[in-house]
Design a protein around this ligand. Structure first.
Ligand SMILES: Cc1ncc(COP(=O)(O)O)c(C=O)c1O
Length: 365
């Protein structure tokens, strides 16, 4: 009998989200951002422990706004990982800043600090640190904070994959940088379909971010503009969903950890595939990431068994969109062997066991 298809990832919404949207529609018809959005922002600020939270329409524009608010300009260099979602470099490329690609650590897939040091030039203005899959860099976030201070650089955090993950000192990821950015696109631990959020403890940055997303308005609702701004606002419908998703976040964080543990135990001793490790005291694994020998054949084998996967991001400097020089060993290797296994929070233990036995069968162990 054919087993049901297991998607690599799918969002999870329930009756609560449906009810919240219906209740809102019975109550008000503006839909544009208002009280529900404020509540969603408060919940995110509280959960992350940050002073301010500003939501926007996605986790790419949030990075652009973070860079603009921080004062990065066209021609400035911004150090970004060569392994990340392409939104990270694109967010600054959008206004003419220059992303400079640096390789990542083989264990954490976060920026390699030694290589970052080598890439700093007189034009470098910022480091955009990506906490890949909720991980933090091996020398500790403090090493990046120290480097940024010493070199007079801005530290911005692309924490798109890291809601529910923390640094060992207890700070939520995204709080070490001047501004931290999150995404609520469909595959994230909580989703609003599309959506992004910025957190900061800096009052000036928060005010700038609010103006940037709302046409540069001096205050909500008026038409007085003291600076240039755009329209990157959220909607109440997304906020209704986001509020309900936030209530589910703590249990999802725990389930993500259990999922990783079960995969790890089931695949122990399988020579052809290696899961990237996690510090589960801190990290909520967003995706199950692995290095797989003979990757394409494994993907095909899993597909025949009705199991979806996704290849991990190719090295960005080699994407046609950039074609930037440099040979980055770790990100090149991920481009060849990196594979995301099914990672949705709704995976059952039975599903995980089925996936792992199909993998074992492929590697004949
Ligand atoms: C590291 C990283 N940065 C930025 C983004 C972009 O977020 P969005 O899809 O909300 O624009 C993503 C989305 O997957 C991401 O993984």
């Amino acid at each position: 009998m054919t087993q049901p298809f297991i998607m690599q990832m799918r969002p999870l919404f329930g009756e609560e989200e449906k009810r919240a949207v219906c209740e809102y529609m019975d109550e008000d018809g503006f839909i544009t951002e208002f009280k529900r959005t404020e509540k969603f922002e408060q919940m995110l600020a509280e959960y992350t422990g940050s002073k301010h939270c500003i939501v926007v329409n996605n986790g790419t524009i949030s990075l652009t706004l973070a860079a603009l608010a921080a004062g990065i300009k066209a021609g400035d260099e911004v150090i970004v990982p060569n392994y990340t979602m392409i939104a990270t470099p694109n967010s600054v490329k959008m206004f003419g800043a220059v992303p400079v690609f640096v390789d990542v650590e083989p264990e954490t897939l976060c920026l390699d600090i030694d290589k970052v040091k080598q890439a700093i030039t007189p034009k470098t203005r910022a480091i955009m640190l990506v906490s890949a899959n909720g991980r933090y860099p091996r020398p500790g976030i403090e090493a990046f904070e120290e480097l940024a201070k010493q070199q007079n650089l801005l530290l911005l955090e692309d924490a798109a994959q890291s809601l529910g993950s923390f640094y060992p000192d207890g700070r939520h990821i995204g709080r070490a940088g001047l501004i931290g950015s999150f995404s609520f696109s469909a595959p994230k631990i909580i989703s609003t379909g599309q959506g992004g959020a910025l957190i900061t403890d800096d009052d000036t940055m928060a005010a700038k971010l609010r103006r940037l997303k709302d046409f540069g308005r001096a205050a909500g609702g008026n038409d007085i503009h003291d600076s240039i701004g755009y329209n990157f606002k959220f909607t109440e419908l997304q906020a209704c969903i986001g509020i309900e998703q936030m209530k589910k976040l703590p249990s999802r964080v725990e389930r993500k950890k259990e999922i990783w543990r079960r995969y790890s135990a089931n695949l122990e001793g399988v020579k052809g595939i290696r899961l990237f490790e996690h510090d589960l005291k801190c990290t909520s694994p967003w995706f199950i990431d692995s290095l797989a020998e003979n990757r394409d054949a494994l993907i095909a084998h899993l597909k025949t068994a009705n199991i979806g996967t996704r290849v991990m991001y190719p090295p960005i400097n080699k994407q046609q969109a950039y074609q930037a020089p440099g040979d980055h060993k770790v990100s090149n290797n991920i481009g060849q062997q990196g594979l995301w296994l099914p990672s949705a929070v709704q995976l059952s233990d039975f599903d995980i066991d089925r996936i792992c036995s199909t993998i074992r069968e492929f590697y004949q162990v």
